[in-house]
Design a protein around this ligand. Structure first.
Ligand SMILES: [Zn+2]
Ligand SMILES: [Zn+2]
Length: 143
């Protein structure tokens, strides 16, 4: 068996001021239909992928971040173009990368729809992924 070297993925905001690098080792990925995710992205839902914070690295434009929230949890946008790049969650231990900002194709795919109870009425889910009214596991703090 060849040992697989975990590869790095890159991502960036719309204007290119902020760049990041993340290990292709996401622990989970989902499409979140909650109203917060809809508003921060301006979209029907937010596809995001979760990973330990230390596996995520800002490589350019850290001083260009607009942080909405605090040290224990926040959304990080580019202050120039407004792209939502990632969210710091679960007391700062994990990062939820907004998958739309990835440049490279990750190994993981969203495996479920969450917060479908808050879904926009004008959007219809047309795939066969499992749907959850809220979190997948009650009491977990993924967003
Ligand atoms: Zn930008
Ligand atoms: Zn959400």
């Amino acid at each position: 068996m060849e040992e697989r070297v975990p590869s790095k993925l890159t991502g960036k905001c719309f204007c290119g001021a902020v760049h990041y690098e993340v290990a292709d080792e996401f622990l989970y990925a989902a499409n979140c239909h909650c109203s917060d995710c809809r508003r921060t992205t301006g979209s029907a839902f937010k596809p995001f992928a979760g990973i330990e914070r230390e596996k995520f690295l800002l490589t350019e434009g850290e001083d260009k971040l607009l942080i909405f929230g605090d040290q224990s949890g926040h959304n990080a946008h580019c202050c120039q173009c407004g792209s939502l790049l990632y969210s710091l969650v679960r007391d700062g231990a994990y990062v939820h990368v907004a998958m739309g900002t990835l440049v490279d194709d990750p190994s993981i795919r969203p495996t479920e729809h969450i917060f479908v109870g808050s879904k926009a009425g004008w959007f219809t889910i047309t795939d066969d992924l499992p749907q959850y009214q809220e979190h997948v596991i009650a009491g977990s703090d993924q967003q």
